[in-house]
Design a protein around this ligand. Structure first.
Ligand SMILES: CC(C)(COP(=O)(O)OP(=O)(O)OC[C@H]1O[C@@H](n2cnc3c(N)ncnc32)[C@H](O)[C@@H]1OP(=O)(O)O)[C@@H](O)C(=O)NCCC(=O)NCCS
Length: 260
């Protein structure tokens, strides 16, 4: 295990994750709030330990560009969850953040700012279990630096950006309700479009089309050494609208409750 500043990291919900993935009862989850606050050498040490997971998940060589990209993804968001195996080796990680939807109304969008599972652990329920941890763990209430005495509700919207149909599939399985854009539905509700536009704006993404929830060329290139495919025909068709090589991505949004 790596060293962290006191109070920055704590183990959470290891049992919940173990329960969801009976094949891996020895997994534990480490949560780090504000990873950007870690000392520079601790960040590098942590990055060293996570690079093999990212390289394996994205089929990428761990060269300098990829390392910089992974570093940005890991340390810019508000929080980080890392799954360790019984020997203390990281096998998966997920970042999360909050985005304000309406000025003064609070941070209403929980942004799932990236996730990866080491190749040899994929398809075994870890991604879905990790999503459930983020969705169910009252991350906002337990933030150490804010709202300590105010019981905040869970964020009403949860969003992510991806090139990977399996990611949306996994997200939809974790929530139990299909996120937008939906397979076979031509229109996206206006509040969801607004959330998509906020998420895009947060990343200075000017190529986002709220009607389709697609951003053309956002990444500038494919994130994957080998483009991801889904065995599910509906998801494959939806993501067939993207050209991953051109850096296209989709913003997927799940609404916790139906609009009134
Ligand atoms: C997307 C990802 C995080 C999902 O994590 P995971 O632990 O593999 O997902 P789960 O095992 O919880 O999978 C949920 C469902 O997706 C399926 N699935 C997972 N990986 C798959 C793959 N490569 N191909 C086809 N189906 C896959 C699982 O089989 C499962 O469905 P099932 O229970 O009906 O079999 C992981 O595959 C990954 O790291 N991919 C590469 C990196 C990436 O794309 N990250 C997302 C960037 S936004």
């Amino acid at each position: 295990m790596f060293a962290t500043a006191p109070g920055v990291a704590r183990h959470i919900d290891a049992q919940a994750l173990a329960l969801s993935t009976p094949r891996h009862a020895d997994l534990t989850v480490m949560r780090i709030d504000h990873p950007s606050h870690l000392a520079g050498d601790v960040q590098e040490e942590l990055l060293d330990s996570l690079m093999p997971v990212a390289a394996s998940a994205f089929h990428q060589a761990p060269n300098r560009d990829f390392r910089r990209d992974v570093k940005d993804h890991i340390f810019k968001p508000r929080g980080l969850l890392i799954v360790y195996d019984g020997q203390g080796n990281p096998v998966a990680f997920r970042m999360w953040d909050f985005i304000t939807l309406k000025f003064l109304l609070g941070e209403d969008i929980l942004y799932l700012a990236g996730m990866c599972v080491r190749k040899d652990y994929q398809g075994q329920g870890i991604g879905e279990a990790l999503l459930r941890v983020v969705l169910n763990e009252d991350i906002r209430r337990s933030l150490p630096d804010a709202h300590a005495f105010v019981p905040l509700p869970l964020a009403p919207y949860v969003a992510l950006r991806t090139q990977n149909p399996v990611m949306k599939f996994c997200f939809d399985r974790a929530t139990g309700v299909e996120s937008y854009p939906r397979i076979g539905e031509a229109t996206v509700p206006s509040d969801v479009q607004e959330v998509g536009a906020k998420v895009a704006g947060h990343a200075n993404d000017h190529a986002f089309d709220p009607a389709t929830m697609i951003s053309r060329g956002f990444y500038g290139h494919s994130l994957y050494g080998t483009p991801p495919v889904s065995p599910n025909p509906g998801y494959a068709e939806l993501f067939g609208q993207l050209s991953p090589a051109d850096g296209d991505s989709m913003i997927c949004v799940w609404r916790r409750q139906a609009a009134h």
